[in-house]
Design a protein around this ligand. Structure first.
Ligand code: NAG
Ligand code: ZN
Length: 259
């Protein structure tokens, strides 16, 4: 009997790989590392990483400990609703279940290829729904403009490497799409692969105000979105836990659903 059990267990070991075995989870990094190349808003403080202590101590063991300094809004980061909406959630007040969950990707890269000022419109959302079905409730919605291909070239990514915000050119979300989303759908988090949910030429930041008034936080400078499908994945966003923060650096990653 014992021999039979061992034989069966042994064959199972060899059969599993033959049958393809358990599916391996596929994780996708959606953040940029923080370093001297990290892109910040022209008026922001860029990431400073001071290697204060590095080397062998007098007692003979190795030790490293550094200092960091930066604006909340740079690199891959979270916009708390309070960034543009008084009385709405600060970074530390956003419930965790708003930062993790099933997600979809809306691809407007064909529009942005020729026009850095292109924006997501209601019609793009309707075109996605025609193909993939209605945008589900409590979804995380990512907008793919393919702007990440310019990272970390600040001039190409922002449209300028000067401090002149009038020269900013990059795609974003038009108020036509953000107002339709808050009126007709129920998304819990929005993300984009540019420096801002509003396009570079925006002066009034309409989509920031429309989303954040509804306590829908934003993710900006999301990386590697080209690797994501249109649907069938879970997004995890883990922002720095800053009391009263208007936002902050954020690790964002995705897990693809097993096919
Ligand atoms: C978006 O623009 C289209 C085309 O101009 C218009 O028909 C639609 O009503 C607009 N949607 C919103 C929510 O403003
Ligand atoms: Zn921001």
């Amino acid at each position: 009997m014992r021999a039979l059990v061992i034989t069966l267990a042994f064959s199972a070991l060899f059969l599993v790989p033959l049958l393809g075995g358990p599916l391996k989870p596929e994780w996708i990094e959606l953040s940029y590392p923080f370093n001297s190349e990290t892109i910040y808003w022209p008026t922001g403080v860029s990431f400073e990483h001071t290697k204060t202590m590095q080397g062998f101590t007098d007692d003979g063991y190795y030790y490293s400990a550094y200092d960091i300094r930066a604006s909340e809004h740079g690199g891959t980061h979270l916009d708390a609703p309070n960034h543009f909406a008084e009385g709405k959630w600060t970074a530390d007040q956003i419930p965790l279940d708003r930062l993790i969950g099933p997600a979809i990707k809306i691809d407007i890269s064909s529009k942005t290829a020729q026009n850095p000022d292109a924006q997501l419109m209601q019609s793009d959302l309707e075109a996605w729904e025609k193909k993939h079905g209605q945008i589900p409730d409590d979804i995380i919605l990512l907008v793919f403009t393919n702007w990440g291909r310019h990272w970390p070239d600040k001039k190409k990514y922002l449209g300028t490497d000067t401090d002149d915000i009038d020269q900013l050119h990059f795609p974003g979300i038009h108020s036509n799409a953000s107002s339709w989303l808050v009126q007709h759908r129920n998304i819990k988090l929005v993300g984009i692969d540019t420096a801002s949910v509003d396009y570079g030429q925006s002066k009034m930041f309409e989509s920031h105000r429309i989303f954040y008034k509804e306590n829908i936080p934003g993710l900006e400078n999301v990386a590697n979105m080209a690797q994501l499908p249109a649907k069938g994945f879970t997004v995890y966003a883990a922002p720095m836990y800053i009391s009263e923060g208007s936002g902050g650096p954020c690790r964002v990653f995705a897990l693809l659903d097993c096919a």
